[in-house]
Write a protein that binds this ligand. Structure first.
Ligand SMILES: O=C(O)CCC(=O)C(=O)O
Ligand SMILES: [Fe+2]
Length: 369
């Protein structure tokens, strides 16, 4: 018999039982304090807007059957006059890019004090006085510096446990007074160094693809550099949410600097594999626009141990408004290797990616031929 005190769900009252997600998202956004603001307010429970969808947690890291690690490549002693050494590095890059879409590099030429100061600068930015920081909070993508929590807050299935700041550093570098005082000098210095390293990596990647060394650089792959610095506060219930949902990057190549907390994982043959912090190393990952057959999908776990900080430098193109088409590299096509994706402009691809947000199916799939 039906219990009369039990309320029955009907078409007219169903909305009372489904939490008003949009209002909660809006309220959170209006605080301009991000996830860090929640933690500073000493919350002990993760708000529902951050609950991950179940398929985000599919294939949890506990299910690992074999212990795998992505390759760590030593760029030390790399010398154009030393063909044997060069051949070795190029082969390793070819291997790592083809199987993982990810590798780490050590002895990459960026001094460790610059890496440390970059991470320190990111901490200074997020941990500064809230009244100063909130002036940078915006969802207006035309601003030089865009700080907010979850660029896809109102589009994604679940919000991520992190705050992010976005800034284009090349081809046009902002002047220091356009950047946050907490980290302006190091943003300029670090991105200069990453740009140099990026051109070098594109040379190696070109050779790994059996192209002329300058092919990818000539295509404009290293002209544009977007810097994203993230802050993942310690999470009271890391089993309920993610620092970053599963995604691939929308660029040609990403150079990522992470601190020593950990949590970054790459999806490899249906398993989540940890990308452990290696002192002094930078993580390199192939973005969608350089992707041929593999998706280098990755995510970041939320963590009791935070805050965790990281800096992702996205190599795009200097020509965000250009109609230049990127697609299968003609030199690499053959009957056995037909084109898989249609051509697109960097602008079209970024807009499509942005509209989809993180956590869903890969944006690249929508460009399959
Ligand atoms: O914080 C990290 O380790 C990863 C960040 C990331 O995946 C991104 O910015 O696209
Ligand atoms: Fe990413």
């Amino acid at each position: 018999m039906e219990n009369s005190s039990q309320v029955k769900l009907t078409a007219s009252n169903v909305h009372d039982f489904i939490f008003d997600r949009t209002s909660e998202l809006k309220a959170f956004d209006e605080t301009k304090a991000g996830v860090k603001g929640l933690v500073d307010a000493n919350i002990t429970k993760v708000p529902r807007i951050f609950y991950s969808l179940s398929d985000d947690f599919e294939m949890a890291s506990e299910n690992h059957t074999i212990q795998l690690t992505i390759p760590v490549l030593d760029l030390n002693g790399f010398d154009r006059e030393n063909p044997a050494r060069k051949k070795d590095v190029v082969e390793k890059i070819r291997d790592a890019s083809g199987t993982w879409g990810f590798f780490q590099v050590v002895n990459h030429g960026i001094p460790v004090n610059i890496l440390d100061e970059m991470l320190e600068g990111v901490r200074r930015f997020y941990e500064q006085d809230f009244e100063v920081k909130k002036e940078w909070y915006t969802r207006d993508g035309s601003k030089t510096v865009v700080y907010n929590s979850n660029f896809d807050l109102f589009r994604a299935g679940s919000a991520n446990w992190r705050d992010t700041t976005y800034c284009n550093m090349a081809p046009k570098t902002p002047t220091p007074d356009e950047l946050p005082e907490a980290c302006r000098d190091i943003m300029i210095e670090y991105s200069k160094q990453v740009k140099k390293l990026g051109s070098f990596l594109f040379e190696l990647l070109s050779e790994a693809l059996d192209l002329n060394a300058d092919h990818l650089n000539n295509m404009g792959c290293s002209d544009g550099l977007a810097m994203l610095y993230h802050y993942y506060p310690a999470c009271p219930e890391p089993e309920l949410t993610l620092g970053a949902s599963k995604h691939a990057d929308y660029d040609f190549l990403t150079v990522l600097l992470q601190d020593n907390i950990g949590g970054l994982q790459v999806l490899y043959q249906n398993q989540w594999v940890d990308i452990p912090p290696v002192p002094g190393a930078l993580v390199v990952n192939i973005g969608d626009l350089l992707q041929a057959t593999f998706f280098s999908q990755h995510r970041v776990l939320a963590n009791h141990a935070g805050p965790r900080v990281s800096v992702a430098c996205f190599f795009t193109t200097g020509l965000m408004t250009s109609s230049k088409l990127y697609g299968p590299i003609k030199e690499l096509l053959s009957e056995q290797n037909p084109p898989k994706y249609r051509e697109t402009t960097v602008r079209e691809y970024s807009l499509h990616y942005n509209a989809k947000g993180l956590g869903g199916t890969s944006a690249l799939l929508d460009f399959r031929l």
